[in-house]
Design a protein around this ligand. Sequence first.
Ligand SMILES: O=C(O)CCC(=O)C(=O)O
Ligand SMILES: [Fe+2]
Length: 318
Amino acid sequence: MGEEAHADQVLPILDFSEGLVLKKQGTEEWKAMNNKVREACENYGCFLLLVKDEIPVNLREEMVAAMKALFDLPEETKQKHTSPKPYQSYEGKSPVIPLNESFGIDDACELDAAQAFTNLMWPQGKPSFCEAMKSMTSKMMELNLIILRMILESFGLGDHYESHAQNTTSAFRFLKYKAPPPSNINNALGLVPHTDKNTLTILCQNDVQGLEILTKQGKWVEVMVPKEAVMVFVGDALKAWSNGRLHAVTHRVMMSGDKERYSYALFSLPKEEVVIEVPQEFIDKEHPLLYKPFNFAEYFTYFTSNTREDALELYAGV
Ligand SMILES: O=C(O)CCC(=O)C(=O)O
Ligand SMILES: [Fe+2]
């Protein structure tokens, strides 16, 4: 593996077990956890989170079974899922990442989003898929907002939470990665290196590993995601709002072995009209302003037109 290493030695694994997060807000235990979450986001831009109480294992299993049925649909059915917005259609067979197929779904937590998507894919109905998607997206969104609240409280900016939450919408993505061909059985590119552009991402996967992160020291490391854990990523929108205090980590997927990887992600992001502006509390002598106020939707359009990895600095850097 040369320069690469396993990230499980370095990446924090946090545990919200026994309903810590839901039941103990405001306690010393809750405050200590907030600090751990913030520190992980500052130092790594991501962390592993054990969620056996928040997202039951049987729901995760149902979700993967539902996704297998989705990706097994005929190509012409999958291609019915289209959108003028980038990353919101069915995509597959890209020459750059031929192992990858994905579906993006806008406003995934709206009441009828799961129903509308299910109806498009299975006009005759598929209640098991619809139910799994509905409960999973709402649990992932709830978790996403809890983590946002924890980060804000840890910075002493808890009073910003309500307006953040009101200004937040979501997108969802289903991803499948085929096993690499025998000619390229080790380390075939599954997903290109990128930072997430949104606020916070919660990523779940089946038991096929492949996720890698680029550390601040410039080393690619594999992340071994435990069965009951999800990955949490800071995106560009939150990095910018925090005046660069939080890190948005570059990550990619590399496929090896003979099994298919399934993953799904819930992205929280600012609503279309929202302008991201660094709060005064983040600006001082040691932390001069790094980002001009910018509209998130315009930034996203800018990124999709050039896909440069330094898009945030180019677009909004002071
Ligand atoms: O499939 C994965 O594990 C990574 C997905 C991802 O990084 C993304 O969709 O932004
Ligand atoms: Fe990502």
